[in-house]
Structure formats: structure tokens, C-alpha cells
Design a protein around this ligand. Structure first.
Ligand SMILES: O=P(O)(O)OC[C@H]1O[C@H](OP(=O)(O)OP(=O)(O)O)[C@H](O)[C@@H]1O
Ligand SMILES: Nc1ncnc2[nH]cnc12
Length: 279
């Protein structure tokens, strides 16, 4: 990285593997993220088998202070690098857009979107399910790829393919978290006999550093806000919305005003209601 990256930023970053840096787990931002990233077990939260655990990034974006900290960390890493720094930010639909667009504006870099199939009009270049506007990224560009999460690494591979197929160079892949158990960064580096082994990754935390208290699995009786089902039952309880994350009609989780997720069976038991299976 360039010489102008601040000393303060360098001090909170460590190398955790070949071409992979993370925040030091004891840094303030890493600790705050470790306390804030809720997750659902496969049984309750991963509709299409993404897992073993589903990490719910929305909670980070809902926390203004934490969102700002996350953004500032990325800004500190990539600002002021001049001719050595990134020239473009490419982000992935959908959650990659949130961080990517904020960062692009802060760094005053062009923001290029990769969309899922059948979303982009005109001439596009595709890889797997991901498409980019043809010509948006070209030879000579140094591209910072931004997403919220690295799981298997497949989406990152797809983005790298799209960026490099246009002749551009990947400056780095940045994400809030990597799911340690899924070895996504390693998968990218080993892909196609190491074709992308030199692509650097920067992730703020690995998911194994999140707290057990953040498990939203209602069977554990705990919630993201650390309330038990009994506390909810006793409280002033109101439905706000229904999420269909799980996809099984008999297991629709419910999100209420207290940030509690319940199953249909729990909901019926608590409220004594025969609610429709989908609404
Ligand atoms: O490393 P991988 O195994 O490829 O998984 C990571 C990707 O999965 C998620 O996106 P998803 O496809 O769920 O789309 P979304 O952001 O629209 O929910 C996440 O935002 C990453 O893009
Ligand atoms: N386990 C997971 N949690 C959240 N988003 C994901 N995208 C792919 N796998 C995911």
C-alpha cells in the first residue's frame, strides 16, 4: 500500500494470511463489530442454504455510530494513496452497494455496480449470476471491490473475473466480515490454479469473533438485544412486520418492535393467535 496510509490505520491492521489483512481483534472497531453483528442459525435464517450461519449486516447499518466507524476505517485505508490508490470502486448487489457507494463518495471515486442477472440493460459482461456494464471498467483502472461479506468467496471470484476481463487490475477486495469457517479468501486464492493468488483482501473481522449472545435463534431463547421469550411475553408487544427469510411457511420468523424474532409456533403460543401462514 502507499506511503501515505496513516500510521493510526496501520497500527490497527494485521496480516492474517497470504494477501489477507484484518483489523486487530482488540481494536475498537473490531470489538464493536464483534458485539453488534447478529446471526441466525441455518435452521432459522438461511433460506437458500447459505450458511452454516446467516449474518445480518442490517444491524450494523442501523447503528449510525458503528456504520460511521466502519466507513471511517475503510476511508483511512484507501484515502490519499494518490497514483498508487484505487481509481474505481466496484460493489456487488445488494448489500455491497451500501458500503461501496458511501465509500466512493467519500473518496471521490467513480462507483460502478455489479448487478444480478436480468437487471442491467444494454451491453453487459457477465460471470455466473453477476453482470457489469460493458466498458465501465477498463485497462488502466485499479479497482477496489467492495462487498459486505465474504462467505465461500464465489461472489468475490465473480467480481474479480469481471474486473480483470476488462483488462483492469484489482487493487483490493474489501468487506466488513469474512466467515472464517468457509475459507472464502483461501478459495479465491486457490481458484483456477492460483490465477487470483495475488489479489489482496481486507476484512474488518472474522465472524468467529462475534458473541454467542448475538444469536437470534429463538430456540435459544435469546435475541439480538438479549431479551428472552419470557421477557417479550411480559412486555408491550406489537407486530411491525413479517420476514420470510426462512421460506418454510410453518417457520416464518416474525420481527417485532423489540427486535425479537419468533417462529410461527412461538408466535401462536405467545399471542394465542391463528395467524395466516403468509401475509
Ligand atoms: O462469498 P459468497 O459465498 O459468494 O457469499 C457472499 C455474498 O453473498 C451475499 O450476497 P447475496 O448473494 O446473498 O445477495 P444480497 O446482498 O442481495 O442479499 C453477500 O452480500 C455477498 O455478496
Ligand atoms: N452466511 C451468510 N450470511 C449472510 N450473508 C451471506 N451471503 C452468503 N452467505 C451468507
Amino acid at each position: 500500500m502507499g506511503a501515505t496510509q496513516s500510521l493510526a490505520h496501520k497500527l490497527i491492521v494485521q496480516t492474517v494470511g497470504p494477501k489477507h489483512s484484518r483489523l486487530r481483534p482488540r481494536s475498537d472497531v473490531a470489538k464493536a463489530l464483534g458485539r453488534a453483528l447478529p446471526y441466525y442459525t441455518k435452521e432459522f435464517g438461511c433460506p437458500d442454504g447459505k450458511g452454516p450461519v446467516y449474518y445480518e449486516m442490517g444491524a450494523i447499518f442501523e447503528d449510525t455510530g458503528l456504520f460511521r466507524e466502519v466507513l471511517s476505517t475503510f476511508i483511512a485505508r484507501y484515502q490519499g494513496l494518490g497514483n498508487e490508490g484505487p481509481t474505481h470502486i466496484v460493489a456487488l448487489e445488494a448489500r455491497g452497494f451500501i458500503l461501496g457507494s458511501c465509500l466512493a463518495l467519500a473518496l471521490e471515486l467513480p462507483f460502478v455496480i455489479i448487478r444480478k442477472a436480468a437487471k442491467l440493460p444494454g451491453v453487459t459482461v457477465g460471470h455466473a449470476d453477476n453482470y457489469i456494464r460493458a466498458g465501465a471498467i477498463r485497462k488502466g483502472h485499479r479497482v477496489l471491490i467492495v462487498d459486505d461479506l465474504i462467505a465461500t468467496g464465489w461472489t468475490a471470484i465473480s467480481a474479480i473475473e469481471l474486473v480483470t476481463s476488462g483488462g483492469a487490475k484489482v487493487f483490493e477486495v474489501a468487506a466488513i466480515a469474512d466467515i472464517s469457517a468457509m475459507q472464502g479468501v483461501q478459495n479465491v486464492h486457490e481458484f483456477k490454479d492460483g490465477a487470483f493468488k495475488d489479489v489482496p483482501f481486507f476484512t474488518l473481522i472474522q465472524t468467529s469473533s462475534t458473541s454467542d449472545l448475538l444469536c437470534c435463534n429463538p430456540k435459544k431463547g435469546r435475541t439480538a438485544r438479549n431479551r428472552t421469550i419470557e421477557q417479550v411475553k411480559a412486555g408491550n408487544y406489537k407486530f411491525l412486520n413479517v420476514s420470510s427469510l426462512v421460506g418454510k411457511p410453518e417457520a416464518i420468523p416474525v420481527y417485532d418492535g423489540n427486535n425479537v424474532v419468533l417462529h410461527q409456533e412461538d408466535r401462536t403460543a405467545i399471542l394465542g393467535e391463528n395467524l395466516p401462514k403468509r401475509f
